[in-house]
Ligand binder design. Structure first.
Ligand SMILES: Cc1ncc(COP(=O)(O)O)c(C=O)c1O
Length: 331
């Protein structure tokens, strides 16, 4: 089955060898069957992962960032001389920084000071400027500080505003959803994605439901306010994004940080798939759904790869658990 899927026109193996610029490589990510970590499911059930780490900026966020920036250029809100600014927990910042560099626009990003070192460095390497917000206020603190900076000089900036810009979910409606439908040859029965801004689950979910109203759209959400799932939001304790419409979901599954981390470790060792914590969360929710089925094709979005999180709790916790074996013989 994997071979068949790889022959799909959307496979990176089929990407054109020469493109006019890096942003042409956004989207068309591969869909990979998760085989061993899903052991024990009914024979008629498959779980497939959409590997968004294959985007040139390394995450699912390349899609909405490009959609919002293209739209702003087209309607005149982004013109030469303006700086692109936004509040972002990381991946959107990297995507905006990459696209800004490719298209020649300066970029300024407001991020909570505790975002991983890897992410900050990548943003800086694309030439973007970082403004730090209070880490204790999380992504909501970054949203508030960014609004304040723009209010002081509204003409100087274009703010994509991923939490409220309909082009965020529209990018997934136009790309992620159609790719999944095509890659599964219309067999997808359940679509699972984590909620950050809600752009992925809303946009791709809407497309899939329009194609086949029987397709179930499921969101994976951190199970508490204090969680270690970078990129995801616990809605009850957050500013609810304007593009997020909970009533369009069929189900929302709470996922604990521990279960998501455990799934990440298993994926790396059982599948050779080194992904970020929100991918682990998506697979925990996808497995919850898949266990209830006798037949079906469950597609989960894996937003990025794990190398971006080497200095975060995800991998430091794992390393500590290995070190438990180093017994101490001293007296
Ligand atoms: C690592 C990661 N996973 C998941 C998401 C959630 O995606 P969305 O904003 O489309 O809900 C994000 C978005 O910020 C992210 O950075």
């Amino acid at each position: 089955m994997l071979t068949a899927l790889n022959q799909d026109a959307a496979s990176p193996l089929r990407r054109p060898r020469k493109v006019d610029g890096i942003i042409e490589l956004v989207g068309n990510t591969p869909l990979v069957e998760v085989r061993r970590t899903t052991r024990g499911l009914s024979r008629g059930v498959r779980v497939l992962a959409k590997l968004e780490g294959f985007n040139p900026g390394g995450s699912v966020k390349d899609r909405p960032a490009l959609g919002m920036i293209r739209d702003a250029i087209d309607n005149g809100r982004l013109k030469p001389g303006r700086t692109i600014i936004d509040s972002t927990s990381g991946n959107t910042g990297i995507a905006i920084a990459m696209i800004g560099a490719a298209l020649g626009y300066p970029v300024r990003l407001v991020v909570p000071a505790n975002v991983s070192e890897e992410r900050k460095n990548i943003i800086r390497l694309f030439g973007a400027e970082i403004v730090y917000s209070d880490p204790l206020e999380g992504s909501d603190g970054a949203i508030r500080l960014c609004r304040k900076i723009v209010a002081e000089d509204p003409e100087g900036y274009f703010k994509p505003d991923q939490y409220f810009n309909p082009m965020n979910s529209q990018a997934h409606y136009e790309t992620t959803g159609p790719e999944i439908y095509r890659q599964t040859e219309g067999r997808v029965t359940h679509f699972v994605a984590g909620i950050g801004t809600g752009g992925t689950v809303m946009g791709a979910g809407r497309f899939l439901k329009e194609r086949d109203p029987r397709i179930r759209v499921i969101a994976a959400e951190p199970d508490s306010e204090m969680h270690g799932l970078e990129g995801l939001k616990h809605m009850a304790s957050s500013i609810v994004p304007g593009i997020y419409h909970e009533e369009e979901l069929d189900l929302k599954i709470p996922v604990s940080t521990e279960d998501a981390y455990e799934m990440v470790y298993r994926l790396s060792q059982e599948e050779g798939l080194l992904v970020g914590q929100s991918s682990g969360a998506a697979l925990v929710a996808a497995m919850d759904v898949a266990r209830r089925l006798t037949h079906g094709t469950v597609v989960a979005v894996f937003p990025d790869f794990g190398a971006r999180y080497m200095t975060t709790n995800l991998w430091t916790t794992w390393k500590e658990s290995l070190d438990v074996g180093n017994v101490d013989f001293s007296i």
